[in-house]
Design a protein around this ligand. Structure first.
Ligand code: NAP
Length: 282
């Protein structure tokens, strides 16, 4: 393997260490720890695991966390009321509604009801708008984690060709906006892009956020590129990314593994966002 492995677990551990110091100084100054509220609707086992992991991560760095558990039959109106109450609760700094929600609930309406100052997932239209305008706000956790990995690796973004595959509100679009803000020349690809490998081969920095196992092979990677694989796919042989790891590792200069790349960064950046939200409310 020629590529350097970008170790997301190591970078995330460093972020969590800094978060613990920041949480302690916040508590010393204000007399209470920063606090994150999660909202879990129904009993989807995967959602429950995600929420539990977020609470564990909070506890490890000294962020107080609470979970509002609502039954599967909760209506959109009831959920909007809970989100509204948390917005008014002075002791809550961050609010995270675990997605996906029941089919009769409009996730966009629920997300839009989160107080933007407490929107630690960075998904409200208000925070997406701030990001689009290049103004400070809360940034979605996975894209923020991608940027932290690039920063840690010392990747030069100024003037670099960056290609993002995927245009979701959660990953592709915000990561593209962050790369643009860092002065990269950004191309965003999606399911209608013609000759995807040819477009990807332009990239000095290639970000894959698609959800198709091993979609991008060595023919999609310029020799010496930095490749960040956001994909998290269950394949017959276990968890894999959107990048075909073995062949790409022979071409790229640096590459994130799956698991152990972007994944650990997402929760670490949630802690960072919770601390930022708490600070901004002092
Ligand atoms: P998503 O909302 O399904 O968006 C996927 C994007 O990929 C869409 O823009 C889609 O294009 C594009 N796409 C699909 N097939 C394509 C193809 N054959 N060629 C080019 N583009 C294609 O997914 P997401 O929420 O952004 O997540 C993407 C991946 O990241 C998933 O594997 C997810 O599990 C993973 N993820 C990981 C983390 C983490 O913490 N590591 C966090 C979030 C997501 P259209 O817009 O044209 O449909």
């Amino acid at each position: 393997m020629a590529a350097r492995l970008i170790d997301g677990r190591e970078v995330a551990a460093a972020v969590r260490e800094r978060a613990a110091l920041e949480a302690a100084s916040y508590e010393a100054e204000t007399g209470r720890p920063p606090a994150l509220a999660t909202v879990l609707v129904g009993d989807d086992p995967a959602s429950r695991i995600y929420v539990t992991n977020k609470h564990k991560a909070c506890a490890e760095v000294g962020i107080h966390s609470l979970n509002r558990e609502l039954p599967a039959e909760t209506t959109e109106k009831e959920l909007l009321e809970v989100v509204g109450q948390l917005g008014l609760d002075d002791k809550v700094d961050g609010i995270l509604v675990q997605l996906p929600l029941s089919e009769w609930i409009d996730p966009d309406r629920v997300v839009a009801a989160i107080d933007p100052a407490k929107d630690v997932d960075g998904l409200t239209p208000a925070n997406a708008g701030l990001l689009a305008h290049g103004m400070p706000g809360l940034v979605p956790c996975t894209p923020a984690g991608v940027m932290e990995l690039l920063r840690h690796e010392g990747v030069e973004l100024d003037g670099a060709e960056a290609v993002v595959v995927g245009r979701s509100k959660l990953v592709g679009v915000p990561v593209a906006r962050l790369l643009l803000a860092a002065n990269a020349t950004v191309t965003v690809c999606h399911s209608r892009t013609r000759d995807l490998p040819a477009v990807c081969r332009r990239a000095d920095v290639l970000i894959a956020a698609v959800g198709v196992p091993r979609l991008l092979g060595a023919d999609a990677v310029k020799p010496g590129a930095v490749v960040i694989d956001v994909g998290m796919n269950r394949a017959d042989d276990g968890l894999c990314g959107d990048v075909d790891f073995d062949p790409v590792s022979e071409v790229a200069a640096a590459l994130t593994p799956v698991p152990g790349g972007v994944g650990p960064m997402t929760i670490a950046m949630l802690l960072v966002n919770t601390l930022a939200a708490a600070r901004a409310r002092v």
